[in-house]
Design a protein around this ligand. Structure first.
Ligand code: PHE
Length: 335
């Protein structure tokens, strides 16, 4: 009799050992310890054994049943542990997750670089509202109503008298209303124009600069802006000051750098001129000083304004401005 239960045990353990799926194990559970399983039947038939064999056969069968049940449980755990779907197991063969560190947006990087250059030159940094009155955006800057120069700016109107600022120049007025010379300040911020193509977006960034003091001349403007351009691009780059017009500066000059693509030969990027415009500037117009009640016999000054995206495009050779606003990490992480 004991040979029978020993045989059953040996078979059961070997079959459990070789099983490779949860289904097989479950079938073995039915075969050996289920309601009609071999061990169960053996236990049920013990009463038909000769009396003296019953205790040891019963004991043997119970021990076997327990052992087989334990092995089935272990085998199930082993197989589920290999299964990828099991939620309480760790698949050590899966590739790890690499944490990708963030970076500053290229526009923020250029903004910081510009701020650092001016901090070293002793400038303060100021900010102001993006929603402006007609007075600050135009009127006080010497753009009379119906002046054709207002057309240059593709204004977003909030109401007749309120606009999204089209440039950072209104901050010149706000600063001068609140403080007295000497003034040395830069004013970075977002500006808005109703315009959208490869080189224009409805929102972009500018940095405005303003210097007012006694004896400020055009040579100061040239010195500061030359330093700026050399530090942003490189010390060797050629630049030129080209006469221009803004209602709030007189005389006015636009600053060009030698085309970074063709080095002056003429190409598509510089429209065959050999030069690229990087900023607008000029001596503060006396009418602007009068609007903020500065004494024009004592004070003079200069102002400048530049587009941050434009500088980033020239510096990094990017041909589509809209890339800065799509937030595709494959683009952004290159800077
Ligand atoms: N505000 C001008 C623009 O947006 C730039 C500028 C600023 C020109 C200051 C002269 C002085 O085009």
């Amino acid at each position: 009799m004991e040979n029978i239960i020993e045989q059953i045990r040996a078979d059961a353990l070997a079959e459990i050992e070789n099983a490779s799926s949860a289904e097989e194990i479950k079938a073995l559970s039915v075969k050996y310890v289920g309601r009609k399983g071999l061990i169960t039947l053996f236990l049920r038939n013990i009463s038909s054994l000769p009396k003296e064999q019953r205790p040891s056969a019963g004991q043997e069968a119970n021990v076997t049943k327990q052992l087989v049940e334990e092995r089935i449980e272990e085998a199930l755990q082993r197989i589920e542990g290999l299964s990828l779907n099991s939620s309480d197991s760790i698949d050590v063969s899966l590739p790890g997750r690499v944490a990708i560190p963030g970076i500053l947006h290229p526009i923020s990087q250029i903004n910081q670089q510009i701020s650092n250059i001016f901090k070293r030159l002793g400038f303060d940094i100021a900010e102001g509202p993006e929603i402006e009155t007609d007075y600050y955006n135009f009127e006080a800057l010497n753009f009379p109503k119906n002046h054709p120069a207002r057309d240059m700016q593709d204004t977003f109107f909030v109401s007749d008298d309120i606009v999204l600022r089209t440039h950072t120049s209104p901050l010149q007025i706000r600063i001068m209303e609140k403080t007295h010379p000497p003034i040395r300040v830069i004013m970075p911020g977002k500006v808005y124009r109703c315009d959208s193509d490869l080189t224009h977006t409805p929102m972009f960034h500018q940095v405005e600069g303003l210097v007012v003091d006694k004896n400020i001349g055009f040579s100061d403007l040239k010195g500061v802006l030359t330093t700026l351009v050399h530090q942003i691009f490189d010390e060797e780059i050629s630049l030129r000051f080209r006469p221009s017009f803004f209602p709030f500066t007189e005389p006015s000059a636009e600053v060009d750098i030698l085309c970074v693509i063709c080095r002056g030969k003429g190409c598509r990027v510089c429209s065959q001129t050999g030069w690229l415009e990087v900023l607008g500037s000029g001596m503060v117009h006396p009418a602007v000083f009068e609007n903020v009640h500065y004494d024009t016999s004592q004070y003079s000054g200069f102002a400048f304004g530049m587009g941050v995206e434009r500088i980033a495009m020239l510096k990094y050779g990017i041909d589509d401005l809209r890339k800065f606003f799509e937030n595709d990490f494959r683009f952004l992480r290159q800077f």
